[in-house]
Structure formats: structure tokens, C-alpha cells
Design a protein around this ligand. Structure first.
Ligand code: C5P
Length: 209
């Protein structure tokens, strides 16, 4: 069974995807981490994330980079969002994601274009959303937990900038795929969101001919 989970930053899609993987006993790929690694590698190369050649050169990043805690920072998220607009970068990361999705037994992948580009044949598709203020609040609490003091309005502005870039890019823009179930997590606890996601997956799988 392939489960595709898409949605904007801090919508809860990562938490939901991880919980679905545990619940259904499937391997999980956080595809955002691949784009973050490319962004980080551009930074380490002193390159320009808006330059297609610099961004493509960074796609050969070492696998060990995926464990770098720096990938989780807002700076890496911003770089990831900028490198991800280049079609050559998306093409370079495509096969890796597709192979993961099509492994025997299936998988859970989360990202922006899983149900639209990477695995349109997925058995279950979820599009996770939440209001910008709910997402900024979560991101702020997460950063605070890590001991990083950041301004909430700054986080909100950053999220909006990334949303705009992700939704309006020409290649694989963020959008709800045909047949994807919408799940708004703004007013849900983590437990409620996960339980709803499991129910939506079961509904879609049962409804399949
Ligand atoms: O999900 P996460 O916030 O880690 O993703 C970082 C950035 O990587 C996103 O803002 C988006 O621009 C890009 N991305 C993408 N396609 C994916 C996953 C992430 O373009 N499948």
C-alpha cells in the first residue's frame, strides 16, 4: 500500500506520515529532507540557491548529510524552498523517491508533490492543511523547545513566503491532488489528527475497487 501525504510547512504532515507508517507497518520517507539536504549543500558550497547550476551541483550531497541537525532549521527550510523550484533539482531527486514509493509492500511518503507527481497511483492520498497562525504557533513552540528564541511574526512571514513560493512555482506546485482527502489540523490535537488520518486512509483503501 502506498500512502501519499502532502501539505504546507508545519501543517502536521510529517507527524501524521510517521504515525501512519507505524500504524500500517510501512517504511516512511520525509522527502522535504532531501530538498533540505540540497539546500544545505548549496550553503556549504557557498553557492546561490536561486542559481540552477549551483542547486543541481548540490544534488550529489553525501548521504551522511541527511543526519545533520542543521537540516531542521528555518534557514535550511528557506534554502530548500529556493532550490526546489529548479526543474533539474526535482528531476535529480525524482527516481530516488519513486523507487522508495514502489518498493515491495509499499511505503508512506510526505512532501509537496507525492500524490501529484511522485506516486499519483497511491492507494491513499491525504492533503494536510492548517491556518498560518496555527502553523506558526507550532513552529514557534518547537523552536522554543530546542532553546531557540524566535519571533512569532517573523515565523509567520517566513511560512507565508515559503507557501507562496511552493504554491506558485511552475514545476510540481503544492496543490491538493485529485482524489486526495483534505485534513485541516488547525484545531486538532496530535492524537485527533492521527486518528482522523488513519480513518481517512482506511476509507480510501476500502473504497478502492
Ligand atoms: O517539508 P519541508 O518543510 O521539510 O520541505 C522543505 C522545502 O522543500 C519545502 O518548502 C518545499 O519547497 C520543498 N519540497 C518540495 N517537494 C517535496 C518536499 C519538499 O518542493 N516533495
Amino acid at each position: 500500500m502506498i500512502i501519499a501525504v502532502d501539505g504546507p510547512t508545519a501543517s502536521g504532515k510529517g507527524t501524521i506520515a510517521k504515525a501512519l507508517a507505524a500504524h500500517f507497518g510501512l517504511p516512511h520517507l520525509d522527502t522535504g529532507l532531501l530538498y533540505r539536504a540540497v539546500g544545505r549543500q548549496v550553503f556549504l558550497n557557498s553557492g546561490n540557491p536561486d542559481d540552477a547550476a549551483d542547486a543541481l551541483a548540490a544534488c550529489t550531497f553525501d548521504a551522511a548529510l541527511l543526519d545533520d541537525p542543521e537540516l531542521r532549521t528555518e534557514v535550511s527550510g528557506g534554502y530548500a524552498s529556493r532550490v526546489s523550484i529548479h526543474p533539474a533539482v526535482r528531476a535529480a531527486l525524482f527516481t530516488r523517491q519513486q523507487v522508495f514509493a514502489n518498493q515491495p509492500g509499499g511505503a508512506v511518503l510526505d512532501g509537496r508533490d507525492i500524490a501529484t507527481v511522485i506516486a499519483p497511483q497511491a492507494d491513499a492520498k491525504l492533503f494536510i492543511t492548517a491556518t498560518v497562525s496555527a502553523r506558526a504557533m507550532r513552529r514557534w513552540a518547537e523552536m522554543k523547545g530546542l532553546g531557540v528564541d524566535v519571533d512569532r511574526t517573523e515565523i509567520e512571514a517566513d511560512l507565508e513566503a515559503r507557501d507562496t513560493r511552493d504554491r506558485n512555482r511552475a514545476e510540481a506546485p503544492l496543490r491538493q491532488a485529485d482524489g486526495a482527502e483534505l485534513l485541516d489540523t488547525s484545531r486538532l490535537t496530535k492524537e485527533m489528527a492521527v486518528a482522523t488520518a488513519i480513518a481517512l486512509v482506511e476509507k480510501q483503501v476500502t473504497a478502492k475497487p
